[in-house]
Design a protein around this ligand. Structure first.
Ligand SMILES: Cc1cc2nc3c(=O)[nH]c(=O)nc-3n(C[C@H](O)[C@H](O)[C@H](O)COP(=O)(O)OP(=O)(O)OC[C@H]3O[C@@H](n4cnc5c(N)ncnc54)[C@H](O)[C@@H]3O)c2cc1C
Ligand SMILES: Cc1cc2nc3c(=O)[nH]c(=O)nc-3n(C[C@H](O)[C@H](O)[C@H](O)COP(=O)(O)O)c2cc1C
Length: 751
């Protein structure tokens, strides 16, 4: 096979040596624009896990690489005069030049031809190759040449960074945060040989401009940084090597291969340096591609198999890298606001790959400090004494909202059951909510319950508009209070334009086949093109709906509910006013956010006025519409701030479901970053909801300050006793009801 690699970075060299090793008959050329000893940057980082792949693929280069490692286990975080250390992380660093030297030597030994100082502009010289490897890095010319096939997207991130070196041998992977008159600076530093460290300085564009670095050449940058970090560098120098200020591009491609041309490494994808994985990804691509070619005889088939194999892993890592880079773009949100231990926890768990549990395995002492600190905060907030030792896991700390005291941080999310008769909840609801209260959650929020018959989503939805409803709900509330320490809230709503539809299992958001009722909404826009067109509400409709909410709130109080939640999310009536996609009014209820909020706030204020002062009210919001022209995360912060000013006690941060053509970006805890942002920027407690799947998620979210309460919906359908089981797993004693005390002598077997 005739193979040409454009680029002699880690991807091109490693792939070439693997292929040559597999079959010495391959004719392999690597074409590189630079000289052999010409590299930009200083060190690269590997995690222990990456090295296992390398060991398996080529023992010879693995031995040489690991022989040159600077190894460390600690992460040091320098924050406001303190250094916090977390141990057990297992990283290794080495010089990028040395890595390339090793790979070049290995290529030469195996008979790969590496041609330096040869710039590739035109691919016609390689027309006779069976395979062309686009290993030409982040600004790949091959990718540009076939852009219509690869469909690249390059997302230029706003922060500025510069890659420097230093003779200061950092003893740990070091994050350094420093404020100057210009703003906040972040440093990512790590040692890569006995005497040298990489020193990446990052800041926001505003701070960078304020410091005049937009006008600075390399030497001026160096002088500036040495002055700024004189104390930390303890007399050591910073070093440059084509150290230009850059913005980080996140590269993605719609497709990674075209005929016999294939993208690998940075040409195919990038992942922010804060998770230190660009070289790892490049090498893993090389391994996967070499394997696919050995497995499939035909090149095109092999390239498709390579992409199919690698893409999910790469996308997972890019999602983690995205959350991580956003953390560094938004560090001002946390810096100075968080106490050192929580700042460290927020930093360490930023990509949601490192969690409370795996930090506990790596460094139990660190996590015990976090838990003790968290418990002391909970003690102050809730005015409930905590056991001295051991500290409870964060999820088992109490939380207070007005006079409502929650015994832990787990909430059952409201979930429509579509099983009511003209709005009246029955035995199903009693068992459904009752068992989840007995299951240990501190707060159970009853499903979206509508303030009028016409306000229902489906004929099976619960309501609070008839006297029978009050009695039926009271039966459930009384059971919950009698059988468990759980508190119970009611979610009040009006379905708006998403009403008069079928039950979930008959076709969600699809209009009823018959028996439809007229709809109202902020504007006369149907949900689907084939949905009923709602009436745009006039003032009379608004008065009527507001009064229905007030009536329902009064009934909820008589039924004994502990809290109310107003449903301002998911495109229902109140949300239809908030989102610019569903509110196109030209009167004082449309236009800017403050206008769009006017009617939902009227409802909120009217409900708050009749709801007892000692009981809390929450509002569930969609923090983004996931659609062009829709509500943004910034709007959501303003929205939450306005709600706080009106006496809202806590916001449940959900997203989307406003329009059917939304494009959500799903992923692990994908809604939690919105909660984090709102909690800090709007200064209001939050409940986070969405894909919370483990108690470890919960502890990580809470300890890092990303929310005050964690809300699980489907998790509670799967397991009504979710909180009890989480307590068991963590060795936490959650008292059982008297009827169930025998369970204490039962041990579930897992094998
Ligand atoms: C500030 C910073 C810090 C980083 N830190 C780390 C880290 O700690 N750990 C880590 O794993 N990764 C890190 N990376 C990422 C890492 O450098 C890359 O992800 C990795 O080198 C990708 O390997 P590659 O082979 O795909 O591309 P590259 O290493 O970029 O190699 C591409 C090669 O192609 C050559 N080339 C390009 N165009 C042409 C052409 N037209 N003709 C001929 N030759 C061409 C280039 O000269 C280059 O040698 C960091 C990156 C940055 C910017
Ligand atoms: C069957 C079902 C019914 C739901 N009904 C409601 C509801 O009545 N009110 C509401 O705010 N959200 C409702 N949701 C959304 C959930 O409360 C929650 O926001 C969402 O499912 C994400 O959480 P999860 O990933 O833990 O399931 C419902 C979800 C499900 C699965």
């Amino acid at each position: 096979m005739r193979i040409v690699s454009i680029g002699a970075g880690p991807a091109g060299l490693y792939f070439s040596l693997l292929m040559k090793k597999a079959d010495p008959a391959h004719d392999i050329r690597v074409v590189e624009r630079n000289r052999a000893d010409d590299t930009f940057g200083f060190g690269v980082v590997f995690s222990d896990a990456t090295l296992e792949n390398v060991a398996e693929a080529d023992r010879e280069s693995h031995a040489e690489i690991t022989g040159h490692f600077a190894h460390w286990d600690d992460i040091d975080i320098h924050y406001r005069g303190e250094v916090l250390t977390s141990t057990g992380h297992g990283f290794a660093g080495m010089s990028r030049q040395l890595l390339l030297d090793i790979l070049q030597r290995r290529c030469a030994a195996l008979g790969v031809r590496v041609e330096f100082q040869r710039e590739v502009g035109d691919l016609s010289a390689y027309a006779d190759a069976d395979l062309v490897l686009a290993a030409d890095g982040v600004n790949s010319v091959v990718r540009s040449r076939y852009a219509e096939h690869f469909r690249p997207q390059v997302d230029w991130r706003p922060n500025k960074f510069v890659w420097l070196g230093t003779t200061f041998p950092y003893p740990a992977f070091t994050f350094l945060f420093k404020e100057s008159a210009h703003g906040l600076w972040r440093v990512h530093a790590y040692r890569y040989d006995a005497s040298m460290s990489t020193f990446i300085l990052e800041t926001t564009e505003e701070t960078w401009r304020r410091a005049g670095l937009d006008q600075a050449d390399e030497d001026q940058t160096l002088a500036f940084c040495e002055r700024l970090f004189a104390e930390e560098l303890q007399g050591h120098r910073l070093l440059k090597n084509r150290s230009l200020w850059r913005s980080f591009p996140t590269v993605r491609n719609g497709c990674w291969h075209h005929r016999n041309v294939v993208l690998v490494g940075d040409a195919a994808h990038t992942a922010h340096f804060s998770i230190g994985s660009g070289t790892k990804l490049a090498i893993e691509d090389a391994i996967a591609l070499a394997r696919a070619l050995q497995r499939h005889g035909e090149v095109e088939k092999a390239l498709a198999a390579y992409e199919e194999d690698r893409r999910p892993e790469v996308e997972r890592l890019q999602r983690a890298a995205q959350v991580s880079l956003e953390w560094f773009e938004e560090t001002e949100r946390y810096h100075g606001r968080l106490e050192p231990i929580q700042f460290a926890m927020s930093l360490l768990t930023r990509s949601l790959r490192v969690t409370h549990d795996n930090l506990k395995l790596r460094d139990p002492g660190f996590v015990a400090t976090v838990d003790r600190w968290y418990a002391s905060q909970a003690e102050q907030q809730s005015r409930v004494a905590m056991p001295a030792a051991p500290p409870p896991p964060p999820m088992f700390t109490p939380f207070r909202l007005r006079d409502m005291l929650l015994s832990n941080r787990i909430v059952v999310s409201p979930m429509c059951q579509y099983s009511a008769e003209d709005g009246t909840p029955g035995d199903w609801h009693l068992v459904n909510l009752g068992s989840r209260a007995v299951g240990g959650a501190a707060l159970v929020i009853a499903e979206m319950t509508d303030v009028s018959r016409e306000g229902r989503i489906t004929p099976g939805c619960t309501g609070m508009y008839k006297p029978e409803h009050l009695a039926a709900w009271k039966r459930i509330v009384d059971f919950v209070h009698a059988a468990s320490p759980a508190r119970i809230a009611l979610q009040l709503a009006h379905a708006g334009r998403k009403g008069s539809t079928r039950r979930l299992w008959e076709g969600i958001d699809e209009p009823l086949a018959d028996g439809n009722w007229p709809l109202i909404s902020a504007s006369a826009l149907p949900y689907h093109p084939h949905s009923q067109v709602p009436k745009a509400m006039d003032r009379g409709d608004m008065d009527a709906v507001r009064d229905q909410f007030v009536r329902a709130a009064r009934m909820a109080e008589q039924a004994g509910f502990d809290m109310l939640e107003l449903h301002g999310a998911h495109g229902y009536l109140l949300a239809s006013f908030i989102s610019p996609l569903t509110n196109v009014r030209t009167d004082e209820y449309g236009g800017a956010l403050v206008n769009r909020m006017r009617f939902p706030l009227e409802v909120f204020d009217a409900v708050r006025a009749v709801w007892p002062r000692q009981k809390p009210v929450s509002v569930k919001i969609s923090a983004t519409d996931w659609a062009e022209g829709g509500l943004s995360a910034e709007d959501a912060v303003n929205l939450a701030r306005i709600l706080r000013e009106h006496g809202c006690d806590i916001v449940t941060v959900s997203t989307g479901q406003t329009v059917p053509d939304q494009k959500p970006v799903y992923g692990r805890l994908y809604q939690t970053p919105f909660s984090d942002r709102i909690r800090y920027e709007a200064g209001i407690p939050t409940m986070t909801v969405g894909s919370i799947a483990s108690y470890d998620d919960v502890n990580s979210i809470l300890a890092a300050g990303r929310a005050d309460l964690c809300v699980l919906a489907r998790g509670h359908l799967y397991d009504p006793y979710w909180t009890r089981h989480a307590a068991y797993e963590q060795g936490w004693d959650l008292p059982w009801p008297d009827q169930y005390v025998s369970v204490k002598s039962f041990t579930p077997r897992r094998d």
